[in-house]
Design a protein around this ligand. Structure first.
Ligand code: DGY
Length: 421
């Protein structure tokens, strides 16, 4: 762990700071505020500038929709190097935005900031944010689980943040490709084509955007007609963890009524998650809600129930053993898809590379569950990757090479955060 790398990490966050929010990288690839990037970047700021950490989350919530949804992207400024930008999405309440969301990490991050802030400052900030967090959790359940199953569904692979995970392959193949967008893509001017999603995937990503835009982003219409609906284990595990953290925050504020409401969400999701365990496959399985079929593929999201709940789920030992097996097949953990499977691609985005933000979730969950040795192994691997290759967007688990965007904000933030644990 070097002080020089920590200074570089802070310099990256400074360089990517656009005044109140941080873009993921200055390379041009992502010229806007991304939802879970921003929240996780706040964990890095929290190591040396707590007011700036709060501000990052507050700016994100300035773009919350009246419905309660927090968009995946807020386009605060010039977004001309990005496709699809605000001209394509054509939506947003207070701020031009995308029309979909991203993993619900905000309440977990706010809890972290609250617990490390001077009490009156923390209370002041929390009083303003808590109703917004509650509105966003209510939105998840009303818009994305209208039948009350306890599991919310995503409507676009981008909502998972794990854009091209093999988990979505079958459901995405069901989506009509629409016209080719190869000539409109901008991401491949900033990162190698071979480490980004493929052309057929991109055509479908954009066709989904167009169909939701045509539905006026109306949740009821989308629920009826969305070409892709997936109750993803990783997404629900992250939401469940945030439910627990939101419950804790509401109790700290003596808001018992809201706390009771969140307790109901937690019970429903805990019960539903347990039904997704497949003894035969030794993993939690996501579900293709649209087709009514299980998705039996071991993506990294399937391991995230260890992060969900502070140790009450029954399967933590089995997940820990599975994780250890993955680690033994690579040089640096944790790969984003099970190594050795035909879909595993060590260099292509979410089909194999290591992402430090997910490493943090696993480290945190494993520590809560007493698996400290395994947690420490992942923490050491995470820091070693930065030491070896710098602050890439993601890393090849076999060679440690940095891939995707460069001087990446959330990698810098995770470096600062993980070295503090
Ligand atoms: C992208 O453009 O690659 C993003 O992940 C979409 O949010």
């Amino acid at each position: 762990m070097s002080n020089e790398l920590a200074s570089r990490a802070q310099a990256i966050l400074r360089a990517n700071d656009r005044g109140g929010y941080t873009i993921p990288t200055s390379s041009g690839l992502y010229p806007a505020q991304w939802n879970w990037d921003s929240c996780l970047v706040a964990l890095g700021f929290a190591q040396y500038d707590m007011p700036r950490a709060w501000q990052e989350v507050e700016t994100l919530f300035s773009g919350q929709w009246k419905s309660g949804m927090v968009p995946s992207i807020l386009f605060h400024g010039d977004d001309s190097t990005y496709f699809p930008n605000s001209k394509i999405w054509q939506c947003g309440d207070a701020v031009p935005s995308s029309g979909i969301t991203q993993p619900a990490v905000a309440a977990t991050v706010v809890r972290y900031l609250f617990e490390r802030s001077e009490p009156s400052e923390g209370k002041h900030r929390l009083t303003r944010l808590a109703p917004k967090l509650l509105a966003s959790h209510r939105w998840f359940y009303s818009a994305r689980d209208p039948d009350g199953t306890g599991l919310v569904s995503i409507i676009h692979p981008w909502e998972s943040g794990m854009d091209n995970s093999p988990i979505w392959d079958e459901a995405l193949a069901d989506v009509p490709p629409g016209p080719s967008v190869a000539h409109l893509r901008k991401d491949t001017s900033f990162a190698q084509t071979s480490v980004r999603p493929t052309g057929p995937e991109y055509d479908r990503y954009i066709n989904l955007v167009v169909s939701y835009r045509e539905a006026g982003y109306d949740p009821a219409l989308i629920w009826q007609a969305a070409p892709l609906l997936i109750a993803d284990i990783g997404f629900n595990a992250i939401l469940q963890r945030a439910n627990h953290d939101l419950l804790h925050l509401l109790r700290c504020m003596d808001d018992h009524e809201a706390a009771d409401e969140v307790t109901v969400m937690i019970s429903a999701t805990a019960a539903a998650l347990e039904t997704r365990w497949s003894e035969a496959d030794g993993i939690y399985c996501s579900r293709n809600t649209r087709r009514g079929r299980d998705i039996v593929k071991p993506g990294i999201g399937c391991l995230l129930p260890v992060y969900a709940d502070g140790g009450t789920l029954a399967r933590h030992r089995a997940l820990g053993a599975r994780l250890e097996d993955w680690l033994n097949k690579v040089t640096y953990g944790v790969p984003s898809f099970e190594p050795g499977r035909p879909e595993f691609e060590p260099r292509r985005y979410w089909r194999g590379p290591v992402w430090l933000v997910v490493n943090w979730m696993l480290i945190d969950g494993l520590r809560q569950n007493g698996a400290t040795r395994l947690a420490e192994r992942i923490r050491r691997d995470s820091l070693a990757l930065v030491d070896l290759s710098g602050f890439g967007e993601y890393f090849d688990p076999l060679t440690g090479e940095a891939l995707g965007g460069t001087e990446f904000s959330w990698t810098a933030a995770m470096y600062l955060f993980l070295r503090s644990l």
